[in-house]
Design a protein around this ligand. Sequence first.
Ligand SMILES: C[S@@+](CC[C@H](N)C(=O)[O-])C[C@H]1O[C@@H](n2cnc3c(N)ncnc32)[C@H](O)[C@@H]1O
Length: 413
Amino acid sequence: MESGDIIAVFGREPTLSAWELCRLTQTEDFGVLTKELAVLPPPDGLTSYQLQQRSGGLVKVGEVAGTVKDLAELEHVLDKQWPDRIPAGSTARIAFGASAYDGGVAPTRNFRRDLGGMLQRVKRTMVEQGRSARIVVSKESTLSSAALTQGKILERGFELLVLVQPSGLVYGFTIATQDISAYGDRDVGRPQRDMKSGVLPPKVAQVMINLAHLQPTSVLLDPFCGSGTILQEAAMMGFEKLFGSDVSAKAVSDTQENLVWLATQRDVPAASAVDVRLGDAGKLPDLYPAGSIDAVVTEPYLGPPQRGVPAGRVLLPLVSALSRQYTQWLTNIAAVLKPSGRAVMIWPFFRVEPNGYFLQLQQAAHAAGFTFVAPPPSLTQQSWFRSTPRGTILYSRPDQIVGREIVILQKRA
Ligand SMILES: C[S@@+](CC[C@H](N)C(=O)[O-])C[C@H]1O[C@@H](n2cnc3c(N)ncnc32)[C@H](O)[C@@H]1O
């Protein structure tokens, strides 16, 4: 591990974050890989800031500054180095903090307490040297994106990242963090949001787009665009050839309205015109020429909302009805995709004891001309990495009965 290496801190779903990171950096060569983070050499052509911007699954991105044997040595280093860590020209009260992570060894409560004590002493040094300073803390064991943003840490000071390893500590500093207020605006702050059909969290949409292996000029289609979340995120990521469709006229107008609104928001790349059409995903070749689409990224109909745990006699017919619909949609998606094009899709699954109910679509996917894309073996061998036997990733909140299975399919060449 070297100074300047990237520290990529995973979000709530480390499985998704790690797979997305492999894709974005085109590497599996991680110096450190735990359920909390990865350390890797700087990727070609991607700054730490850009990596954070492009990712939906990383909470923060930092850079390694060095290795030390213990906190005493780290304090010594920080006492000397803190002035270099204050953003140039900032004379405001310094805001700083620290987060300890599992870099092979999980930090103990005592370690975190000692780290807090060290920050107090560094603050005293700052004050003795004529700077006013404030330590940013949060309820969680590490500083969240919200804490970093609200505490103005990246504008006025720094966050120290400490990775605990069997042989000592790796330390570094945060360069960028998720813009959670922008994600919030694009989720709950946009004009239209159809909660009855369900909306995909924007970060998950971003991860799915990243897993679709797109080039800047690729043509992306969401044939179940709903409120337009996937198209919105793809536009934010700078893709310009975007198509959406939905069988519901309301969904088409919601998507159009949201995209017009998006173009008025900050940090949106030069607005790309998104072509949104009314149409049935069971007749996609009527909407788009065969073999014209590079990637489909989509969350189709997930079935009726479930209020309580449904009985098996309700679920079995529902799962087979959905499996039949999805079979037809898979054939249609394959027809409009180019050879080797990817379909990154959500399939619903039902979180019912003991093992859950899943759509039985392996044969249908193969018959439509797809193969399942599994996560890289370097990830699947990690104890914390959670994928299904068919190589898919399950995503749900504890209170949800209908979960989302993230499926990556590739059309055979
Ligand atoms: C779960 S919602 C998609 C939500 C979307 N991902 C978002 O975040 O806004 C599913 C969408 O599929 C659409 N739909 C259902 N059956 C369809 C069909 N046969 N063809 C096209 N769209 C369909 C519904 O109108 C609904 O908008």
